[in-house]
Design a protein around this ligand. Structure first.
Ligand code: NI
Length: 203
């Protein structure tokens, strides 16, 4: 997919894998849409089979820390531990994690330096429907589809069934507008270690 020639968006799902993630994988498969999952190590330990299924389906799998601390409030050693531990859990499932999403989108120079030392770039988002708070499917659909633009990275949380329920209509609506769904790595062209992107450019 050449995202400089056609409009692309990337669906991203944070905080899983959870109890609704397998159903989400069914939906993505039915629509032949790839996504990017920012997984939490503590959840990877509980559902390694779901990680293997993501990998087999060709989804991008990234690191969202071990247990979701705000990285700007912990020591550099703790940042390193949070990321390295989750990298190891993903690698144990045959996954090479690509990029980190810092919890709450929260980062500073120290956080980015530590991520860079572990070979990771960071990825936030362009469109945040606040689905975790809203938990109302039609409004999540409306917020995402009205805010989407070419190159946008869309933030959702696969731990909420109301968010998973929004995915089919988000896909149908944006495909009807000519959008192609791609992974974060496809939309950004890859993220250099120690840098942060929203949509392929540094903010
Ligand atoms: Ni999160």
């Amino acid at each position: 997919m050449d995202c400089s020639a056609v409009p692309c968006v990337a669906l991203t799902f944070d905080d899983g894998p959870g109890e609704h993630t397998s159903r989400l994988l069914d939906i993505l498969a039915a629509h032949e849409v790839p996504a990017t999952f920012y997984t939490v190590g503590r959840q990877v330990e509980k559902r390694p089979d779901v990680i293997r299924r993501m990998k087999a389906a060709g989804h991008q799998i990234g690191n969202h820390t071990y247990d979701h601390p705000q990285l700007t409030t912990v020591s550099a050693d703790e940042v390193r531990s949070q990321i390295a531990r989750t990298d190891a859990l993903l690698r144990a499932q045959g996954v090479t994690p690509s990029t980190v999403r810092p919890p709450y989108g929260s980062y500073n120079t120290t956080v980015l330096q530590v991520l860079g030392s572990l070979g990771h770039g960071a990825v936030n988002w362009n469109v945040d429907p606040q689905d975790w708070q809203l938990r109302h499917t039609p409004t999540v659909v409306q917020r995402v589809t009205s805010a989407a633009s070419p190159g946008a990275i869309l933030l959702l949380h696969d731990v909420h069934p109301t968010s998973v329920d929004a995915v089919p209509e988000i896909i149908r609506t944006l495909k009807a507008r000519g959008y192609h769904f791609v992974t974060v790595d496809q939309i950004t062209g890859g993220v250099a270690p120690g840098t942060l992107v929203h949509r392929g450019v540094r903010p």
